[in-house]
Write a protein that binds this ligand. Structure first.
Ligand code: NAD
Ligand code: UD1
Length: 340
């Protein structure tokens, strides 16, 4: 299939491009590089031997998106494009709502006009807010998001559900990612956050590489076995393969469906820091610090629906997550900047 990846130069999009190529598909990337850089394209070529067609384009620009679709002949779209920094979304909410929602509306218009029927959307476990129960099944209550970023995901899911109801040709898979970590085993593509990382694994790896002195563990009085927060970390290559597995399902169904992409296993912050140190034989000093506002005790998926509908389940474990995160970090201590 010829698959448009909006935001395809980003962390999850670039890994998905590689897995699509491995599975015989043709990804086409559209990205404005607001949180990525074109060097990613060279890296994808290094890994796969394939030069990916790429367009520098803001997905909110309706005219340019229309032109892209006019000649694109896409069989499906995976919509990764979006701003994703939780803290930043609290400071500049309107930009977050505009970018994430406008890009989706523009995309839906173009898909309708050009008869592109299959849409896969990057949603997030954040739509569950404070989990109604664990493990999270797709029918658990959503809403109660603690930040504008989370609300954009909640609202976009609803927009896509409504669009699929109104357009019987549209098929949408709303993938609710749990906590993506790790990198391609080659160490050539990975997560490259700008500034101080908010998320746990990039922070741990920057401590290990010496860019930060220690990890602050936000809270050790949660209602979890060791008191630190528990999350469902999923290797980004597994996650990427979840998109590949969604394509045939999307193409053979109509309407919209929500699917968790997680492993079903939760690990605590302390377990993650200690596993990283053990697997990579490198110290990860940590200190306890106050809770981070908006954080919850625990969050992990029930992954059964993904197995039933997509025939997909996570294959890679904690060891690979820690090993591949470190392999990427140590080979690219400054991310894609100063790349060789
Ligand atoms: P990322 O920032 O690495 O990738 C997003 C890409 O979208 C970037 O390359 C950015 O330049 C591009 N982009 C942003 N706005 C755009 C626009 N208007 N037009 C064109 N391109 C635009 O993020 P990621 O981690 O790869 O996440 C991909 C998607 O998955 C996002 O929608 C994110 O919200 C969602 N998601 C991510 C996580 C996570 O932890 N990484 C968890 C749940 C959901
Ligand atoms: C966060 C976002 C969520 C987003 C997800 C993936 C919040 C409230 N939620 O989820 O919307 O979808 O990232 O991008 O920000 N931790 C530390 N020290 C650190 C960093 C993190 O102890 O320096 C802890 C956190 O308290 C949490 C765990 O590590 O218990 C995971 O944190 P993080 O990677 O930010 O993911 P989430 O909080 O699950």
């Amino acid at each position: 299939m010829r698959v448009l990846l909006t935001g395809g130069a980003g962390y999850i999009g670039s890994h998905t491009a590689v897995e699509l190529i491995n599975a015989g598909h043709t990804p086409v990337i559209a990205d404005n590089y607001s949180n990525s850089c074109p060097e990613v394209l060279n890296r994808i070529k290094e890994i796969t031997g394939v030069e990916v067609e790429a367009h520098e384009i803001d997905m909110c620009d309706a005219e340019k998106v229309d032109k892209l679709f006019a000649t694109g002949a896409f069989d499906a779209v995976i919509h990764f494009a979006g701003l994703k920094a939780v803290g930043e979304s609290v400071s500049i909410p309107v930009q977050y709502y505009r970018n994430n929602i406008d890009s989706t509306l523009v995309l839906l218009d173009a898909m309708t006009k050009y008869g592109v029927a299959n849409l896969i959307f990057s949603s997030s476990a954040t739509v569950y807010g404070n989990p109604e129960r664990l493990p999270l099944t797709e029918d658990c209550a959503t809403g109660g998001c603690t930040n504008p970023y989370g609300w954009t995901k909640y609202m976009i899911e609803q927009i896509i559900r409504d669009a699929a109801k109104a357009n019987p040709n549209l098929s949408a898979v709303l993938l609710r990612y749990f906590n993506p970590v790790g990198a391609h085993a080659s160490g050539r593509i990975g997560e490259d956050p700008s500034g101080i990382p908010n998320n746990l694994m990039p922070f741990i790896s920057q401590v290990a590489v010496g860019r930060r002195t220690h990890l602050s563990i936000f809270g050790n009085d949660y209602n979890t076995p060791d008191g630190t927060g528990v999350r469902d970390y999923i290797h980004v290559v597994d996650l990427a393969r979840g998109h590949v597995a969604s394509l045939p399902y999307c193409a053979s169904h109509k309407g919209s469906v929500e699917i968790n992409l997680g492993t079903g296993t939760g690990y605590s912050v302390k377990e993650m820091a200690e596993a990283f140190a053990r697997v990579n034989d490198i110290p990860v000093p940590y200190q306890y610090a106050p809770r981070r506002p908006g954080d919850i005790d625990a969050c992990y998926a029930d992954p059964v629906k993904a197995k039933e509908l997509l025939g997909w389940e996570a294959q890679l474990g904690l060891e690979e997550m820690c090993r591949d995160t470190w392999n990427w970090q140590k080979n690219n201590p400054n991310g894609y900047k100063g790349a060789n």
